[in-house]
Design a protein around this ligand. Structure first.
Ligand SMILES: C[S@@+](CC[C@H](N)C(=O)[O-])C[C@H]1O[C@@H](n2cnc3c(N)ncnc32)[C@H](O)[C@@H]1O
Length: 469
């Protein structure tokens, strides 16, 4: 197979990677696939994880491509369909695309779906030639353009953004944005999206690395490297598989029943990071509305400040609804893979994968195995924001039955979440302070957690409700 050969040349320098490709690169029966999961070293230490379009844009808490790749190779055939209902920057979809599988990606974050779409859309050389000419003209007039800076600051999509960059930077970013709008007006929609991802990535690096004035250079270098990677990818692809990218809610998927052959996803962690905050400046500059996303973001932690355990009930409710949806769209006997790390609330360890496995059993899933993996701590996605996460779990569940319940059934959601929260309270009673790594709080303080969980159990019916706009 062409891709296998190309894939080997991408990674050929390391013998561990060669061995890994040997393991995943044949057609296997389901049982053999399950058996082979034990043969993979899931830490993927020193593996190349940034290649082709994976390099387009950084994204917090993305997973490494080898996780979806392994399941795609072992458990699907060419032309089958893979879904990631919380696709982030599209790691699962890129791997499906490279391996000639159709894919559907869904995420509520409009920046995530833009990145995903661009990473899986090939663009031909004529289009790039037109684009490069446009950018050359833009570059020539950049300094002259600076005369319009006051007018531009007044016209920014949101005034907040004018506070974070100096006037030169704003002027250059606006020149880029206006050029991209012209590209769109002239009918080149894929290039418009491609350019917006390059612009967003440029803004991200300005925010991350501090203000600088080489904006146009950063942007043009980004465009060049993205073009090279997309061209390389075009050479690898034999036939272009179907890709559908949806900006929507994982708790209410716009996907047909029983139409999916494999799900590989990684949900947000409870209390870990607000995605809308991480992307605020990029999204503001691109004129994206993140209010709706903020309202419906799973795991966001900016509310329930007084009793953090209410956040857990809400999170479990949201994840149960999403898992019911995953069950609905997945074909019977197929696999649903959920990758998640532990987190902590008020000194208590939250082992999300255990909650997901228990809840999965109530809605037609059978947990087959949980794989533990160490995360390379030097990797960017274990950032200060996400904090203590240095390992993660890969929960492998098989759909053995229909869920026989809809994701909007509040009574059912309440009952299951209550059962989980009661079990959690019992565990905390026996062993309080399960996630303490630093200074230990007083026993009195820890005992209060049990009362707080009891309080949170009382408000479950209210807390699990989906917030209306
Ligand atoms: C851990 S990230 C996924 C990263 C992804 N695996 C990757 O490699 O890029 C979790 C994703 O869940 C998304 N999300 C949060 N709430 C959501 C919701 N209600 N519906 C759909 N996606 C949601 C976030 O926007 C974020 O992209």
């Amino acid at each position: 197979m062409l891709y296998d050969t190309q894939q080997k040349t991408l990674f050929e320098t390391k013998s561990l990677e060669r061995d890994y490709f040997e393991v995943i690169s044949n057609g296997y029966s389901f049982q053999d696939g399950i058996r082979l999961l034990d043969k993979i070293d899931w830490d993927f230490k020193d593996f190349t994880t940034q290649y082709l379009t994976h390099t387009f844009h950084s994204y917090p808490a993305r997973f490494i491509p080898q996780i979806p790749l392994s399941f795609i190779k072992l458990f699907t055939k060419e032309n089958e369909t893979v879904l990631d209902p919380m696709c982030g920057c599209g790691t699962t979809l890129v791997e499906a695309f490279l391996n000639n599988r159709n894919s559907i990606g869904n995420d509520f974050n409009p920046l995530a779906t833009l990145i995903t779409k661009v990473k899986t859309t090939l663009i031909n050389e004529n289009e790039f030639r037109y684009f490069n000419k446009k950018l050359a003209v833009m570059k020539r007039y950049l300094d002259l353009d600076y005369r319009r800076v006051d007018e531009r600051i007044n016209n920014l999509p949101n005034r907040k953004v004018s506070k974070i960059f100096n006037r030169v930077v704003i002027s250059k970013l606006e020149s880029i944005r206006e050029t991209l709008l012209e590209v769109k007006e002239e009918g080149h929609n894929d290039l418009f999206d491609f350019g917006r991802v390059a612009l967003s990535s440029t803004i991200w690096s300005l925010v991350e690395n501090g203000d600088g004035i080489d904006v146009d250079d950063i942007f043009l270098k980004k465009v060049k490297s993205m073009q090279n990677n997309l061209n390389k990818m075009a050479k690898i692809i034999k036939t272009i598989p179907e890709v559908i990218v949806i900006c929507g809610d994982a708790r209410k998927l716009d996907v047909k029943n029983d139409s999916i052959d494999l799900i590989v996803t990684s949900p947000p962690y409870v209390n870990a990071l607000d995605y809308y905050r991480a992307h605020m400046y990029n999204m503001l500059w691109l004129g994206m509305d993140f209010d709706l996303f903020r309202k419906h973001e799973i795991g966001g932690h900016s509310h329930f400040i007084i009793n953090r355990f209410r956040l857990l009930s809400e999170y479990l409710g949201d994840m149960l609804r999403s898992t019911i949806e995953m069950n609905r769209v997945l074909e019977k006997d197929k696999l649903c893979i959920i990758v998640v790390g532990n987190s902590s609330l008020e000194y208590e360890l939250i082992e999300s994968h255990k909650f997901f496995a228990e809840m999965g059993k109530k809605i037609g899933f059978e947990p087959i195995k949980t794989i533990f993996r160490n995360i390379d701590k030097t990797r960017k996605y274990t950032s200060a924001d996400i904090g203590k996460i240095d390992d993660e779990y890969i929960l492998v569940m098989q759909k053995v039955d229909d869920a026989n319940v809809f994701a909007d059934n509040d009574n059912f959601i309440s009952d299951v979440v209550r059962e989980q929260m009661v079990g959690f309270r019992e565990q905390i009673k026996k062993n309080p302070g399960t996630s303490i790594r630093g200074r230990k709080p007083t026993n009195e303080r820890l005992l209060k957690n049990v009362d707080k969980i009891s309080e949170a159990i009382e408000t479950i019916p209210e807390d699990i409700k989906i917030k209306r706009q």
